[in-house]
Design a protein around this ligand. Structure first.
Ligand SMILES: [Zn+2]
Length: 377
């Protein structure tokens, strides 16, 4: 990530570049940001610029070993810390686990999206809807790493996401390091709720306020960095507390909904035209979706659509919210399927979702589900 790829927050970029050029890098910094804002992108551009072996003016080279490792999230001297708790994705007791145990999941999310939302990160770590913290064990892990000299660069850097989730005992362990900093150790924190950070931690950090982006900056970022279409973005710029990450999340949601709707209509067409081979093909495609979470979301989506058909069948079409085109399609389906199909399918979908959660083979789950739907029409 280069500073020139970040549109907006010119004053923060200038301040960061000046720190590196003057050799006066603070040992603890706090980026204050809104969810889905630019702070993480600024942090990545900063650590890359700081570690680049061949800087050109205000930019890192993007080619040296330091730049490449930072871009690939494989730099041995940079650690990322984030709130965690027990998760089905990681084994270990709450008192033993640390952020490093979740690193492959963290990396998978952030490597393509520096504007991730706090919720999206929780989902990626498998801890959504749970209370996550930065624990004393995490702080002890940081201290252990502090004592090892940097392996491939001048600095050892700790990027701490959401320090407001740090509990008192974790803070106590880190406090000495923040009060009497060791040479070439840098703590970079990113918070969405600075008022909730323990005062002892906050008072020892240099504050950097990341301004929310203008609509033009959001558009430029999404069009140029994520190849999104201007016309798809425009309608989303009025959402509450708009940010690059929130628009990106909504765009992905819309794209996923379009994909799900396509699968839904393909399944129904195959069932109605009695094409079992096509049913097997669709089951195969569904089993290859890139995550079980997405597959379970599809089951929920399909269940909602079947419920819509049931409502229309019962003369309650006014409760179904959909486009005119979809309404027409649903009306045509109602004429072709029995009411019992809806109730049986909803039960089968609940079961499929449960089996997916229990790690049952996805191909078996979808073949069974779609076959049941095929034969209960
Ligand atoms: Zn470089």
């Amino acid at each position: 990530m280069n500073f020139s790829q970040i549109y907006g927050n010119e004053d923060v970029k200038s301040a960061l570049i000046h720190m590196v050029k003057s050799g006066k890098v603070p040992h603890a910094m706090l980026f204050e940001d809104k969810d889905g804002g630019q702070a993480f992108a600024l942090i990545q551009a900063f650590v890359q610029y700081l570690n680049c072996e061949n800087r050109h003016g205000d930019e890192s080279c993007g080619k040296c070993a330091g730049c490449r490792h930072i871009e690939q999230f494989t730099h041995s001297d940079i650690s990322y810390i984030y709130p965690i708790t027990t998760s089905s994705k990681v084994s270990g007791k709450a008192s033993d686990i640390v952020s490093d145990d979740f690193y492959s999941h963290f990396k998978e999310l952030v490597i393509d999206n520096f504007y991730f939302l706090e919720n999206t990160l929780s989902t990626a770590l498998g801890i959504e809807k749970k209370v996550a913290i930065i624990s004393a064990n995490e702080s002890r892990n940081i201290i252990k790493k502090l004592t090892i000299a940097p392996l491939s660069s001048k600095y050892r850097i700790f990027v701490i996401l959401y320090p407001e989730k740090m509990n008192q005992s974790a803070a106590n362990i880190l406090l000495k390091e923040l009060e009497e900093p060791r040479e070439n150790i840098i703590f970079i924190m990113l918070s969405h709720s600075v008022d909730e950070i323990l005062p002892t931690i906050r008072s020892r950090c240099l504050d950097l306020f990341v301004r929310p982006n203008s609509n033009e900056e959001i558009c430029s970022t999404l069009v140029e960095q994520f190849s999104k279409k201007q016309e798809d973005i425009s309608g989303l710029l009025n959402i509450l507390n708009v940010s690059i990450g929130k628009v990106l999340d909504k765009l992905s949601e819309n794209e996923l909904e379009t994909l799900f709707y396509t699968y839904f209509s393909k399944i129904m067409s195959a069932i109605i035209s009695r094409n079992f081979l096509e049913i097997l093909n669709i089951a195969d495609n569904l089993s290859q979706m890139d995550s079980r979470e997405k597959q379970r979301s599809f089951c929920l989506y399909l269940s909602e659509r079947v419920r819509d058909i049931l409502l229309i069948n019962k003369g309650l079409g006014n409760l179904v919210s959909c486009s005119n085109e979809q309404q027409e399609y649903y009306n045509s389906l109602v004429l072709k399927i029995k009411e019992s199909f809806c109730s049986r399918t909803m039960l089968s979908l609940d079961r499929a979702s449960m089996l997916l959660e229990r790690n049952v083979n996805q191909r078996i789950v979808f073949c069974t589900l779609l076959s049941r739907m095929f034969y209960s029409i």
